[in-house]
Design a protein around this ligand. Structure first.
Ligand SMILES: Nc1ncnc2c1ncn2[C@@H]1O[C@H](COP(=O)(O)OP(=O)(O)OP(=O)(O)O)[C@@H](O)[C@H]1O
Ligand SMILES: [Mg+2]
Length: 333
């Protein structure tokens, strides 16, 4: 089992110091990603999905953030958080590739696709320019770009949004990363292109046997793609389990709310369910459960102490007092 673990994130805490105060953007998040598997990270805007992925790559300091002592991010058993910037440069792109949420930051508008791809491949794979060019063309073909020899000479603005995203995926995978972090890879695209890109990611993942962390606010996307799912809220993990556990037997009231708000093709509802209320202001420390103000099951105890991430008998995990009894029973077995 242990051998299959590619990435192990433990007690990750990342904060931003702002003029208004400290923002605990990621507040004690733990998860593992196994080789060849897809972990979906879901949650509403601002819950800490992007900050989690930027922390894994140690890109947080650039944004005035700080990863707190006690946090750990291990890739194949090697702690990344203690590595120097030079060492991290060898990990980024090579061992862990990332597709960033903002598509405009991923391709440089002033260089051709060729230049961007060849440079990345030469740097990471330590091969010559000619071999790198062939690899680049091969990858463009693999991601479904027609006439790759011709398109590789073009600039990003000459490609459609869907084609640009294919190029970004080609760059990310062309250096054979062990892990791909894809942050909202399809959000900027229209629905049909979205489905094509997800399909492509799934196919290529099997081909290169990379693991994926797929970040999205869309439960429909994780339903299609993920093996395991982490549900985040206000910087914390509220639930973690296999896709089957999360979709067939969601435990946390927040997860239940997220599932109820997925649009369904087979039903014409007048109004889609949405969870009432707003996410808490992270500048104000929360004593108890972060979801309690929006939770239909909240009781007094939810306000006094932070619920731990409980292990349930089926090995899924949930941070909610409603499951304390169930978790205790499984601990005594
Ligand atoms: N550079 C920064 N300085 C201060 N606060 C930040 C910074 N970057 C992110 N945050 C805060 O950290 C929290 C988590 O942000 P994050 O970008 O991870 O959310 P997200 O889950 O990716 O949301 P979205 O779905 O909108 O992409 C938010 O409250 C955000 O305002
Ligand atoms: Mg984000």
């Amino acid at each position: 089992m242990e051998d299959n673990v590619l990435l192990q994130v433990s007690h990750l805490r990342t904060q931003f110091e702002t003029k208004e105060g400290i923002i605990p953007a990621v507040d004690d998040i733990s998860f593992t990603v196994e080789r060849g598997q897809v972990l979906g990270i879901v949650g509403e805007s601002g819950c800490g999905k992007s900050v989690t992925s930027m922390s894994i790559l140690k890109l947080i300091e650039k944004y005035n953030g700080r990863i707190l002592a006690g946090s750990s991010v291990k890739l194949e058993g090697r702690e990344l958080l203690g590595l120097s910037e030079a060492e991290m440069c060898n990990i980024r792109g090579r061992e862990i590739a990332m597709i960033f949420q903002d598509p405009m930051t991923s391709l440089n508008p002033v260089f051709t696709i060729e230049r961007q791809m060849v440079e990345t491949i030469v740097r990471h794979k330590k091969i010559g320019r000619k071999a790198a060019h062939s690899t680049a063309v091969e990858w463009l073909a693999k991601v479904g770009i027609p006439e790759p020899e011709k398109r590789i000479k073009e600039y990003p603005h000459q490609l459609s949004g869907g084609m640009r995203q294919r190029v970004i995926i080609a760059i990310a995978l062309s250096c054979d990363p062990k892990l791909l972090i894809a942050d909202e890879p399809t959000t900027a695209l229209d629905v049909t292109i979205q489905a094509q890109i997800l399909d492509l990611l799934r196919k290529l993942k099997d081909e290169v046997n990379a693991a994926i962390i797929l970040i999205t606010h869309d439960m429909g996307v994780v339903a299609e793609m993920a093996d395991h799912i982490l549900v985040m809220y206000a910087g914390r993990a509220l639930e973690y389990g296999t896709k089957q556990q999360i979709f067939r037997n969601p435990r946390h009231p927040y997860t239940k709310g997220l599932l109820a708000s997925i649009p369904r093709m087979d039903r014409q509802e007048e109004r889609l369910f949405s969870i009432e209320g707003n996410v808490p202001n992270l500048l104000k420390p929360v004593e108890g459960c972060v979801f309690r103000e929006r939770c239909g099951y909240a009781r007094e105890a939810c306000g006094s102490c932070r619920p731990e991430l409980l292990s349930l008998p089926d090995e899924s995990r949930v941070s909610c007092l409603l499951y304390e009894k169930e978790a205790k029973e499984s601990a005594h077995e």
